[in-house]
Design a protein around this ligand. Structure first.
Ligand code: FES
Length: 140
């Protein structure tokens, strides 16, 4: 079995919300490239997605303060306002309607949210200064 890489404690992702992280993933040359991801939560279920809109590949939180929907618990792309289900990553309205965020399999290990089978760079990227805000949506 591949090694597990712990991203965060499960308790750090509030129910009905989403949190963003940037990891470092090896590209085809072996160099590390920033790899922004989103972890969402519904109850005790956690879901991982690449933080890249299937429309133009833009980070959902590229435009500060425009990544959350005030009325629904959904992810929103700040660029053209596409909306995605928290659990499936499915876009149900917007320019990429019918398409999905790229899922990332998460493993809960002793309270940690982990990924496996991803070729991360030696440095994991967790210390990168991330100028974009965490993706965070708030239930009503
Ligand atoms: S880039 Fe996300 S909706 Fe267009």
């Amino acid at each position: 079995m591949d090694d597990l890489f712990a991203i965060c404690r499960a308790s750090m992702v509030p129910d009905g919300q989403a949190v963003g992280y940037t990891l470092m993933r090896k590209d085809e040359t072996g160099a590390g490239q920033p790899w922004p991801i989103i972890i969402t939560r519904k109850g005790n279920n956690f879901y991982g997605f690449e933080n890249a809109c299937p429309h133009q590949g833009t980070r959902l939180d590229t435009y500060p303060n425009e990544f959350m929907d005030e009325d629904d618990n959904v992810l929103v792309c700040g660029k053209h306002r596409a909306r995605f289900d928290l659990d499936s990553g499915h876009c149900f309205i917007g320019p990429c309607q019918g398409r999905d965020l790229t899922p990332i399999a998460l493993i809960v290990d002793d309270g940690d949210l982990c990924i496996s089978g991803i070729d991360l760079a030696d440095e994991d990227g967790m210390d990168l200064v991330d100028h974009a805000p965490d993706v965070m949506i708030t239930p009503e």
